[in-house]
Design a protein around this ligand. Sequence first.
Ligand SMILES: Cc1ncc(C[n+]2csc(CCOP(=O)(O)OP(=O)(O)O)c2C)c(N)n1
Ligand SMILES: [Mg+2]
Length: 284
Amino acid sequence: MERLTEKKLAHLYTNANRIRELIIESLLHAGSGHSAGPLGMADIFSALYFHILTHNPKDALWDERDRVVLSNGHICPVQYATLALAGYFPIKELLTLRKIDSRLQGHPHRNSIPGIETTSGPLGSGLSQSIGMALALSLDKKRNRVYCMMSDGEHQEGNTWEAVMFAGKKKLSNLTAIIDRNNIQIDGFTEDTMPLEPFRKKYEAFGWNVIDVDGHNIEEFIYSVLEAQAVYEKPTAILAHTIPGKGVTFMERNYLWHGKSPNKEEAERAIKEIRSLGNKISHE
Ligand SMILES: Cc1ncc(C[n+]2csc(CCOP(=O)(O)OP(=O)(O)O)c2C)c(N)n1
Ligand SMILES: [Mg+2]
C-alpha cells in the first residue's frame, strides 16, 4: 500500500462524496433500491478501491488481485458507483440500475460486470465464500488478500457464525471481514430486533482479531487494514461504526431509508447537500 499523504486523503474524501452522488443518481433513475447502507459505506469503498486494494480495473480477473466479496448484496449501489468511478465500466451505465436486461441488477450478479466476485443478495453466505477463497489462496501460498464486506443485520443468519468459527480455526490471516455496524436492519434497530452485542467479544471468542473503527474516518480505517495485514495466525474483523444514510441529513440514522430510493425532489436536496461537502472530512 502506498503512503497516505494529506493530498491523497483529501482525494479519497472527494471520491467518497462523488460515490454518494452517483448512488443517489442511480437510485433516482431506478425508482427503487437501498439508500442508507450504500451511503454509509461510501468512505470505506473509496478507501478500498482508491488506496488499499491491489487490483486492475482494466483486467478485473487479474490473478494477483485482492478479492472483495459483497456479502450484503443489497448495498451494491455503492460498489457499482465505486467500480464505475475506478474505471471498471462506464459511469453512465449506473443509470441502468435495476432496469430489465441491465448488467446492474438490484443484487449483484457475478458474471454480469467486471469487478463483482460473487453473486449475492441472500444474506449470510459471503463469509463462507470468502473463506473458500482465502483458504485456497493460502494453500497456494499466494499473497492476495480477501475482504468480505458484511452487514450487522446478516449476523442474525446462523451460517454466518459457522463461517466465523471455521475462519478462526483455520487462522485465516489473509481474510478481513469489514462489517457495516450501522445499527439498523430492514425494519428497525438491530439491538431491538435481535441483539448482536457484545459483538466484539463474540468474534474474539471465535479466535478473531477485532478492530473497532469510525467508518467515516478514512485515515483510521486505512490504519485498521494495515493492522489486519500485520496480524498473523488470525483473521481480522473490522467493526466499522457507520451512520446509515451518511451525507444526506434527512436519511441519516433512519431505518426507513434501508430499502427506499429518493424521489426527484429528495434526490435534488441530497445531491445539493453532498456537493456542499466537497472533500470535507466526512467524520467532522
Ligand atoms: C437470507 C435473507 N433473508 C432476508 C433478506 C431480506 N433482507 C434484505 S436486507 C435485510 C436487512 C438486513 O440488515 P442489514 O444488512 O444490516 O441492513 P442495512 O444496514 O443495510 O439497512 C433483510 C432482512 C435477505 N436479503 N436475505
Ligand atoms: Mg445494518
